[in-house]
Design a protein around this ligand. Structure first.
Ligand code: AMP
Ligand code: GLY
Length: 435
């Protein structure tokens, strides 16, 4: 094995990127880690670089000057904007391994209509749908007439996680379709996907593919709503649990046969160059998996929950992906249960204040603390809040009960004005009995 110093640049600024940096820092290979732009947490395990994730030219200059070997792309936006193609087409950047699909592959997340048509072409189970533009509104209204309540409407493009609307009555759904096609979500809703509602329990399944082979990473359940008991508005994610008890071997066999293999074969058939993560948002409908959505990156906060359960050297895993050797490695996972609790700012996912002092970060024990929205105030040398989601606390233990107890104990120890977290992460799974 090459023992030279490997230089890795992670793009992003959230808890997912802190977890990636934390995990890669544990690699036995000599390495140097950079995060652009990063946060106060990534600064403790890597070197932060003040570059925006979509500023491709600045990223290029940084990579050339610092002889970067690998770029790991955290969020979807640079992928949808074509960062991987940018690297592949630039003679100065071609040798750098990019973990993340090309722009065409990123359309699986960047365009819901593209993703639905892809699934239809490759016979991948998903909800029945129709995609419509403004001049097809009548077809859309007629399609709504054929569906049962509740009604699911999705803006085609990226809409910061807000582009999915679920409505109870047909009248509301028709009015919403009109509003979306008239630009409610800007260009993102020029096309609207109307979908059949799937009744079931959701989970996030993570796959790393080199475009030919794949490795299944740990799965997680994400808690999306702001309030205890799954109430209130949707957020980026308030916590996660891994593994997912309601997804057994039989279910995963179906996920593999009906979803993962046809997805990878579909990418091959459509000549889509895809080296990176595939995040399958799945609905378990009476034991059968359906794809709710594809994402072309890792989830947040799922990453903070699943990476602590990976025992393998994560640099080896990513290098095998870059080299197209994912069939030759095995990702070792920790049997223990991980629980992640997200500490957020009062008001989130609406408006919230930033710049609040965070205390107690050194009072924690037996857990991993990942910074999501924090900044380091140079004047006071203190860590302050800088986002809606502020800190993710992850505890690993032999049982869900114990992992929850440790995660909540440590969440309590970290304090800032207006701190809020859900106290029921994983509670629904405590008494889960497989049927
Ligand atoms: P997203 O913003 O894309 O993560 O979607 C928001 C949420 O809407 C998903 O996490 C699901 O809970 C729900 N959802 C999306 N599509 C469907 C569907 N076809 N049936 C039921 N729920 C859905
Ligand atoms: N936690 C869901 C996401 O990352 O999209």
């Amino acid at each position: 094995m090459n023992q030279q110093l490997t230089k890795i640049l992670i793009l992003g600024a959230g808890g997912r990127e802190h977890a990636l940096a934390w995990k890669l820092k544990q690699s036995k290979h000599p390495h140097a880690l950079f995060v652009a732009p990063g946060n106060a947490g990534t600064a403790a395990v890597a070197t932060n670089v003040p570059i925006d994730v979509t500023d491709f030219l600045q990223i290029k200059h940084f990579c050339v000057e610092n002889e970067i070997d690998m770029v790991v792309v955290g969020p979807e936006l640079p992928l949808v904007e074509g960062i991987t193609d940018f690297f592949h087409h630039d003679t100065m950047l071609q040798k750098i391994a990019v973990i993340g699909p090309t722009q065409k592959g990123a359309m699986l997340e960047g365009s819901k209509a593209f993703a639905k048509a892809f699934m239809q072409r490759h016979h991948i189970p998903t909800a029945a749908y129709l995609a419509v533009k403004a001049n097809q509104i009548d077809e859309g209204l007629r399609f709504l007439d054929t569906l049962k309540s509740p009604f699911v409407l999705k803006a085609d493009g990226l809409a910061s996680g807000k582009g999915v609307v679920i409505l109870d009555t047909l009248d509301e759904a028709k009015a919403e379709l009109q509003a979306m096609l008239e630009g409610k979500f800007g260009k993102a809703s020029d096309v609207v996907v109307i979908e059949e509602f799937l009744q079931g329990i959701e989970l996030s399944v993570f796959v790393l593919t080199d475009g030919k082979n794949y490795q299944l990473l740990p799965s997680a359940k994400d808690y999306k709503r702001i309030g205890v008991g799954d109430t209130g508005p949707n957020t980026g994610g308030m916590g996660a649990v891994s593994p997912v008890v309601f997804a057994d071997k039989l279910f995963f066999d179906k996920v593999k046969e009906q979803i993962i293999l046809p997805t990878i074969q579909g990418l091959i058939d459509e000549h889509i160059d895809y080296k990176g993560f595939i995040f399958l948002g799945l609905m378990n409908v009476a034991g059968n998996p359906f794809v709710i959505e594809y994402n072309v990156r890792l989830g947040d906060p799922e990453t903070e929950c699943i990476l602590p359960r990976i025992k393998s050297d994560f640099f080896d895993v990513l290098q095998a992906c870059a080299d197209g050797r994912l069939d030759q490695i095995q990702v070792e996972t920790d049997e223990r249960v991980a629980v992640t609790v997200m500490l957020v700012s009062e008001g989130y996912p609406g408006e919230y204040r930033k710049g609040r002092l965070i205390e107690g970060l050194n009072q924690v024990s037996d857990c991993a603390v990942f910074h999501a929205g924090t900044s380091f105030d140079i004047a006071t040398e203190k860590v302050k809040t800088a986002g809606g989601r502020v800190i993710a606390v992850t505890a690993l233990d032999s049982s869900l009960e114990m992992a929850r107890a440790t995660a909540f104990l440590n969440a309590e120890r970290i304090a800032f004005q207006g701190r809020y977290f859900r106290t029921d992460i994983g509670a629904d799974l405590l008494n889960y009995k497989p049927v």
